[in-house]
Design a protein around this ligand. Structure first.
Ligand code: MG
Length: 122
């Protein structure tokens, strides 16, 4: 079933890859370049079924974004996946504590992305 998914990353190439991949299976994708832009979209009425966020971004990082989203009434149970690298084990823990549902390790293939997304949106 088609869902609206928000991808938050400061790298346009990453947003494009995620956007394209999710569109191939029928999802609608919204993009934001950092946490501030993502929060503004959400506060403007965007209600994604899933948020995928990078961690390192200007203005507002992924951990701060996750904390802010979890503080909103409509986002208590929304799946949030973070994009991370294997080298930052501590960040996974920090992300979990902030309220992330899970993570995707970079770099990843379109197939790996779709597999993880399928586990959290039905
Ligand atoms: Mg980044």
């Amino acid at each position: 079933m088609s869902k609206t998914i928000l991808i938050v990353d400061d790298a346009p190439t990453m947003r494009q890859m995620v956007n394209f991949t999710l569109q191939t299976v029928g999802h609608t994708v919204e993009e934001a370049g950092d946490g501030v832009e993502a929060l503004n979209k959400v506060k403007g009425g965007l209600k994604p079924s899933l948020v995928i966020t990078d961690l390192n971004m200007p203005r507002m990082d992924g951990i701060t974004l996750i904390k802010n989203l979890r503080a909103l009434p409509g986002f208590k149970f929304t799946p949030i996946l973070m994009l991370t690298t294997e080298s930052v084990e501590g960040k996974k823990k920090e992300g979990k504590e902030a309220g992330a549902t899970g993570w995707i390790v970079k770099p990843f293939t379109p197939e790996q992305l779709l597999k993880v997304v399928k586990q959290v949106v039905h």
